[in-house]
Design a protein around this ligand. Structure first.
Ligand code: ADP
Ligand code: MG
Length: 330
């Protein structure tokens, strides 16, 4: 049974960056205002995510890492939205089958916190009382210690740390009311360091730099016609002065970081058609639509989404981007 669990867990947590994404999303779900990530050896030795969120209750600790344990079901009662949020109650459990997980947490009004470690879905010891300030810290050590081939591949592949920095950068420019930091173990300074701000442009400047932030144009679009499409979109897109060899597309749909290849390609096409000499674009977009209109691919790690009325939505966004680019270039 444990081999089966390990294989399944290895599918949910494919690389260190997938673990970081799940942990940061949990911190966001816990209403944190500050999230710090520390990484050692590309995440294979250590991933530590600390937040100042609402914490985990003592009585929830024994079952925390059992599969399908989630405190979030009441919020996502209807099946459609469970589907749109991806798998529930799988992430932490999965991590305990492929790494050593230690949770330190304190809930509001408590004088001390608790620390407890998990392996293969179960607590290794009774939670021990410990000092804690606020929120939750989750540490994953020796990720894939029991998956020799996976460890080898990751050790030889380009640093996963770069992917983690990229991930945190994306979170930081969307959740601008949250402070983020991401640091490599032993490094003096953080590679992502963004302080909560009311201005998205400020956040983009602090994460991606002035060369990006000063070349952005604000965009907005919406539709509310149930017979064609219902959505709201706002974001920033690069102008003709922006220079890059690769497209950066940061896409949030209903506040979840996702990929939508069809939309990305469609926008690249608009750039080539409208600004033939311009480089690949930088695009940040936040789209809101009825949860039941979002379909996340069945595979838990795939972030690719498809949308109901996707063609209509993509075309509408394309035409807004096109007219904004034309006006900016006159
Ligand atoms: P899910 O997020 O789908 O509920 P997870 O396996 O990611 O499943 O997490 C299981 C549960 O652990 C969550 O429902 C939540 O109650 C709790 N939890 C995990 N991380 C945190 C955190 N940082 N702060 C508060 N609660 C957390
Ligand atoms: Mg989760």
């Amino acid at each position: 049974e444990s081999v089966v669990n390990r294989i399944a867990a290895g599918e949910v947590i494919q690389r260190p960056v997938s673990a970081v994404k799940e942990l940061v999303e949990n911190s966001l779900d816990a209403s944190s205002t500050s999230i710090s990530v520390l990484v050692k050896d590309g995440g294979l030795k250590l991933i530590q995510v600390s937040d100042d969120g609402h914490g985990i209750r003592y009585e929830d600790l024994p079952i925390l890492c059992e599969r399908h344990t989630t405190s979030k079901l009441s919020k996502y009662e209807d099946l459609q939205s469970i589907k749109s949020m991806g798998f529930r109650g799988e992430a932490l459990a999965s991590m305990t089958y492929v790494g050593h997980v230690t949770v330190t947490t304190i809930t509001r009004g408590q004088l001390h916190g608790y620390r407890v470690s998990y392996r293969d879905g179960v607590m290794e010891n009774e939670p021990k009382a410990c000092a804690a300030v606020k929120g939750t810290q989750i540490v994953i050590e020796n990720l894939f210690y029991n998956m020799v081939a996976r460890r080898k591949t990751l050790q030889n592949s380009a640093d996963d740390y770069t992917k983690i920095v990229d991930l945190l950068s994306r979170f930081a420019i969307h959740h601008i009311d949250v402070s983020f930091s991401c640091r490599k173990h032993g490094a003096a300074r953080a590679d992502v360091h963004s302080v909560a701000t009311p201005s998205r442009l400020n956040a983009i400047r602090s994460v991606y730099g002035l060369s990006v932030a000063q070349n952005l144009i604000k965009i907005e679009a919406s539709d509310n016609d149930p017979s064609s499409s219902v959505f709201e979109m706002d974001g920033f897109i690069s102008n003709s002065n922006y220079v890059a060899k690769k497209t950066t597309m940061v896409l949030f749909i209903n506040d979840r970081l996702v990929e939508c290849t069809a939309l990305k390609r469609a926008l690249e096409v608009v750039y080539v058609a409208t600004l033939p000499k311009a480089s690949k674009p930088f695009i940040y977009m936040s789209i809101t639509l009825p949860p039941e209109h979002v379909d996340v691919n069945v595979h838990p790690t795939k972030r690719e989404v498809s949308l109901l009325n996707q063609e209509v939505i993509v075309e509408k966004i394309q035409s807004v981007v096109e007219s904004v680019l034309r006006n900016s270039n006159e």
